[in-house]
Design a protein around this ligand. Structure first.
Ligand SMILES: Nc1ncnc2c1ncn2[C@@H]1O[C@H](COP(=O)(O)OP(=O)(O)OP(=O)(O)O)[C@@H](O)[C@H]1O
Ligand SMILES: [Zn+2]
Length: 853
């Protein structure tokens, strides 16, 4: 028995905390509850030992051990340790991000009656309350109530017990101590599949075949209602029956309730029908959301045998899989080269060899087709992890994966921590996507963690993209990653021809600022006339992204941020969109204000709206092409997965033939009818103060161009630009990734930027300006005084966004040749900051920062 354990706590302090083990000895990887500065915190045990603490230091005892066995597998503890070290983040915060189980600590205990409890219940009933008890008679009554409630041997949740018996936590704890009750963690036992309650019309054969996937109507709904029983029903009850009959006699209770609410029918009517045996309630086990996802896969995807290039790519991966060794690959495959099919086939190979696969995607909601194909191919083996899950659902999936029940895990960034058993293959789709970087502590990069995860598991990892990040490309060049190439589109389809429109010349010719060039309008008209589809990228949402005063020149800024506010026109509620009034909105903090009539600074009436966002784009296109069926895809119109699916369904069906939207439209979509892509104002990003500006613009242009010509007809792209000679634009227009990379690498080498150096962004932040500047100055002096080997320090400087959410921000950029040196420098800096009294939360350390804003 060890005496002590070191616990990683979710606090912003880079160290472990020692506690005394009680009678229950926790193992490494188990969760414990410990006292910490007046609070109870959940942490994970990182080490157990007998090292006595230093003289005079009081070690408090662990209050509770939540897991008997390690909840965090060894492999993930190792990964957490690596992340803490690499990203200079507290281990406890890393672990907190790994475990989606916080909800469980509070709620997921169940109580069961124990042997002793049963004896008390029966004896007590015979003898009456014990006189020796220290409890008041009232409390004793409550104890009996609890025992009574649990008599049938079923476990009950604490919340249910409490509301049924008025027993409080203390009372239950006391009963557990007396062994009258047994307390268990519920999550381990729970079935990961949710039980879906389904209402079923009784009294006739229920075929499942008559349920129309698309929600269509069955021929004569009322014919399904058992005629004999009709006379006994009142109007409300009939309405329930009709509602059920209309969908073929089966409906999820949840949906039925919604329907009844709309109809103004009280829920009790359903209850009555159930009591009278006319409607049955079935509990059907259903894996999370799979039904809908499966349908999406079928709807949006086509099946093909792999072509030669795909076979070759698969072959390389398959050979690596057989070796059971860490083998990183970069799959460079142009847009429409059929990477998805290769991923699927590779996962199939892994599964056949008894191994699990983990696949990361940037955002599940954006690519229902991708996840749909996974579910269609692997069915119940799939677990989907995404941000739309409730904490309970997330925990369910987590346990399901941990038990080895899901061998295919697909998810966004944090899915890289899924406790997959027998991991053999890790795939990162669209590996260049910046959403893999977490923008809060721990600021890890999901792609890079995925590579390490594969390494710790002797697994194969595949990073796939049509526009690989320069970091991954450099790793391939240096021989660290094997490069697999798919340089052509499937079925000999050509990449689309790209035409650049010089917007400076356009302005000269037209004499005024127009959102759309004549060329783009002409091509759009032609595309619509041919019965084909067009999509136009306008990479800002809202109507106008700058509101400026013509008199004083001020831009209207957010109250909380140094950011121009975006004007949004009012939206009429339709098509699932909520009705909203006109407003100014900050896209960084969400702050909204009414639209002022006069300039807030100088009270001039000459406010000027500049910069067209997607909302304005839609409006202009509506005016220009009154016959077009226009759709818009941005954060205002797509709030969740169902919005996205609805839009995509309409696009695939050709119901929408002109789509305008933000970079969302560039991501992975495979819509065969699209033959024209227009790009408006994407090059403004070239001017952002970020060394990755060119890379981002190149990626966006290439990805969005890649949406054109994916079907039988060739595609065309029109790019409007003020920088037609910029190499990012030029190479994107020629689909020439290798040349772009070669040129960009030179610049990075010259400027000592990644991938030729390792970089960290250190942001100094405070809601008080004096503090932010004072701390920056102090740190700046420390950097000057300290001899740093091979580390360049830029700053302190005001961050490009100097005020964000009411916080003032200054920053340093550190560049080093060696990662170890960078890490040492950052730790020394944190040490100094602590001595100097700069609070840890005043310092953001962002290793491998993706955004320097
Ligand atoms: N062997 C094949 N023959 C014909 N079509 C195929 C083949 N493999 C895949 N496809 C089809 O090619 C299209 C593009 O495939 P996919 O979406 O996987 O491309 P991708 O490489 O992921 O492109 P992007 O990077 O643009 O997302 C899909 O419609 C897919 O069904
Ligand atoms: Zn703001």
């Amino acid at each position: 028995m060890a005496l002590y354990c070191d616990v990683a706590l979710p606090v912003p302090l880079d160290r472990l905390f020692t506690y005394a083990c009680g009678l229950v000895q926790p193992v490494v990887g188990a969760r414990v509850i410990v006292p910490f500065s007046g609070q109870r915190l959940m942490g994970v045990v990182a080490r157990v030992h007998d090292d006595a603490p230093a003289e005079g230091i009081e070690v408090k005892p662990v209050q509770a051990v939540l897991d008997e066995a390690a909840l965090v597998p060894d492999e993930l503890m190792k990964l957490a340790g690596w992340i803490a070290q690499y990203y200079v983040a507290p281990l406890g915060e890393v672990l907190r991000g790994m475990l989606p189980l916080n909800a469980e600590v509070k709620r997921q205990f169940v109580y069961r009656i124990g042997e002793a409890g049963r004896r008390v219940l029966y004896d007590g009933a015979a003898k009456g309350a014990s006189r020796r008890s220290k409890l008041t008679p009232e409390e004793q009554n409550r104890e009996y109530a609890v025992l009574n409630y649990l008599e049938d041997g079923e476990a009950a949740k604490a919340s249910a017990l409490r509301s049924a018996t008025q027993a409080n936590k203390g009372l239950l704890d006391g009963m557990v101590k007396k062994k009258w009750l047994i307390r268990e963690a519920a999550a381990e036992e729970r079935d990961a599949r949710r039980l879906e309650r389904v209402a079923v019309l009784q009294g006739r054969e229920q075929g499942t075949g008559n349920r129309d996937q698309e929600g269509g109507q069955v021929a004569d709904p009322l014919s399904l209602i058992p005629a004999l029983r009709l006379p006994k029903l009142n109007e409300n009850q009939l309405a329930v029956m009709a509602e059920l009959a209309a969908v073929g006699g089966r409906m999820q209770v949840r949906d039925l309730r919604d329907a009844l609410k709309r109809l103004g029918v009280p829920e009790s009517s359903l209850g009555t029908l159930v009591k009278r045996g006319l409607v049955g309630i079935e509990e059907v086990a259903q894996a999370f959301d799979m039904g809908g996802v499966h349908a999406a896969g079928k709807k949006f995807a086509h099946e093909h045998a792999l072509n030669e290039t795909q076979m070759e790519a698969l072959g390389t991966i398959a050979v690596a899989l057989e070796r059971n060794k860490f083998a990183p690959h970069l799959l460079y495959g142009v847009t429409g080269s059929g990477k998805t099919a290769v991923y699927l086939a590779a996962m199939q190979r892994a599964l056949a060899a008894g191994k699990s696969s983990l696949m990361l995607v940037p955002e599940i909601g954006l690519t229902p087709a991708m996840t749909g194909q996974m579910v269609a191919a692997f069915g119940g083996e799939v677990a989907l992890l995404h941000s739309g899950l409730t904490p309970d659902e997330r925990a369910e999936q987590w346990h399901r994966i941990r038990r080895g029940e899901a061998k295919i895990v697909v998810g966004t960034r944090s899915a890289v921590f899924a406790p997959v058993v027998g991991l053999g293959l890790v795939i990162v789709d669209e590996e260049h996507d910046s959403s893999y970087k977490q923008e809060e502590t721990p600021r890890y990069h999901g792609r890079d963690v995925a590579v390490m995860r594969a390494k710790f598991n002797d697994a194969v990892v595949v990073l796939g993209s049509a526009t690989p990040s320069l970091e991954s490309w450099a790793n391939a060049e240096r021989g660290r990653y094997a490069r697999v190439e798919m340089l052509n589109r499937v079925a000999d389809r050509p990449l689309p021809a790209v035409e650049l429109v010089d917007m400076r010349a356009e302005f000269q010719a037209v004499g005024k600022e127009e959102v759309f060039s004549r060329k783009l309008l002409e091509e759009t008209q032609a595309t619509l006339d041919r019965g084909e589809q067009a999509i136009i990228l306008l990479n800002r949402r809202g109507y106008s992204f700058v509101v400026m005063c013509r008199s004083c020149g001020e831009k209207i800024e957010c109250e909380n941020c140094a950011i121009s506010m975006t004007y949004h026109k009012p939206v009429e509620g339709s098509d699932g969109r909520a009705q909203t009034g006109q407003r100014l909105e900050c896209h960084y903090c969400g702050f909204r204000r009414s639209v002022p009539k006069v300039c807030p600074k100088c009270e001039s009436e000459h406010l000027y709206y500049m910069g067209a966002g997607s909302q304005q784009g839609e409006e202009r296109l509506q005016e220009l092409f009154p016959g077009a069926r226009i759709g818009r895809m941005d954060r205002d119109t797509v709030r969740g997965r169902s919005d996205m699916e609805r839009l995509l369904t309409r696009l695939h069906a050709g119901e929408i033939n002109l789509l305008v939207g933000t970079q969302m439209i560039a991501k992975g979509h495979d819509i065969h009818g699209v033959t024209l892509v227009g790009v408006v104002g994407a090059d403004f990003a070239l001017g952002l103060p970020d060394f990755r500006a060119a890379e981002r613009v190149f990626q966006l242009l290439t990805q969005v161009s890649g949406r054109a010509g994916r079907g039988d007809l060739p595609g065309k792209v029109v790019v409007q630009t003020y920088h037609p000679d910029h190499y990012a634009i030029q190479f994107a227009a020629k689909h020439d990734y290798p040349s772009f990379v070669a040129k960009e690498m030179n610049y990075r080498r010259w400027m000592h930027y990644p991938p030729y150096a390792v970089l960290a962004n250190v942001v100094i932040q405070s809601d008080k300006l004096e503090e932010a500047t004072g701390w920056s100055t102090a740190l700046g002096r420390w950097f000057e005084k300290t001899t740093l080997k091979n580390v360049r320090v830029l700053g302190p400087a005001a961050a490009p966004i100097v005020r964000l959410k009411r916080i003032y921000r200054y920053h340093f950029v550190l560049k080093a040749e060696k990662r170890q040196v960078l890490g040492e420098t950052l730790r020394a800096m944190l040490q100094f900051a602590e001595e100097k009294g700069i609070p840890r939360k005043g310092l953001v350390v962002d290793v491998d920062a993706v955004h320097l804003m």
